[in-house]
Design a protein around this ligand. Sequence first.
Ligand code: ADP
Ligand code: MN
Ligand code: MN
Ligand code: MN
Length: 355
Amino acid sequence: MAVVSNANLLSKYLDLDQGEKVQVEYVWIDALGQLRSKTKTVESVPQKASDLPEWNFDGSSTGQAEGHDSDVLMQPVALYNDPFRGGNNKFAICELFNPDGTPHKTNHRHACAKIMSAHADQKPWFGIEQEYMLFDPETSKPYGWPKHGFPEPQGKYYCGVGAGKIFGRDIVEAHYRACLHAGVNISGVNAEVAPGQFEYQVGPCEGIVMGDDLWAARYLLERVSEDFGICVSIHPKPIKGDWNGAGCHTNVSTLAMREEGGLAEIEKAINKMAARHNEHIAVYGEDNDQRLTGRHETGHIDQFSYGVANRGASIRIPRHVGKEGKGYFEDRRPASNIDPYQVTGIIIESIFLPE
Ligand code: ADP
Ligand code: MN
Ligand code: MN
Ligand code: MN
């Protein structure tokens, strides 16, 4: 697909003085878990999300309302610097509400925030490893794959360096810097096992910030890739066959897990989560059964397992955590297309269930 924007031409206009006014992109999650956004001019630079006015959109156009009563209310809840417009311009992740003030059924942040504040004294930390695949919209194949046939089998691509191994590093770099500019707590990136597949890590983030920062990072990747004319897929099994699927490994710790003797706390938490394997799997992503086959570094979807340094288990305790006797665990089950609010929410809910 031809890139339809002309960066040089655009920069002439973006360099124009915009006065005191600020452009704020209101970002929300639609009925299919896709991102949507629209822009509002505000009179001064907002310092926090709650400085911004409530707004609305036409929910009948996003699968989120009926035509006869179509207004969905948007409440900005997390504020970031906008790397696309630059300057003092911002974007905000929004929560959605019905006209009567109740949370919209696609608003999973609301329940998550309640769980996080109920356990705020335990300072829950998360780090999510978002895997994704870039796609060429002209060929509908992963970016860099040949028009006919397949690339060489997996082996040389993971953390690869050099032509023929890496396709799309410019997008990865642009996204990384955009996250840093925005104020997203991105902690690293790497090329993944399948060609055209990458990962970025966000975290450690405390409580509700995990979901906010991951959605912000996803928004930034969609926008950066749009600039490059490339599509992003977070489907858990974007290519059938002997190619790795994509996950959102979710790393978790509480205060007690990070302190002396934390390993026992980690094991207690894992046992509680094991007892609710099916409830967890229910919110760990659509089509996750295509990915959690017990192959390609996954545990089988029907069976809970855990182990130190075991990448074929549902939950892995990193080797250094086992050795130090404290730290965090990694839930390897969540798929790349999860809603992080649901996943971090159910993990904390399960961990703190009474004995
Ligand atoms: P992997 O070895 O599984 O590929 P990564 O290095 O990609 O792991 O990701 C590990 C993630 O765990 C990072 O996002 C990091 O911020 C996060 N993390 C590190 N320490 C903790 C902790 N104590 N609690 C929660 N998350 C943590
Ligand atoms: Mn990783
Ligand atoms: Mn990975
Ligand atoms: Mn991992």
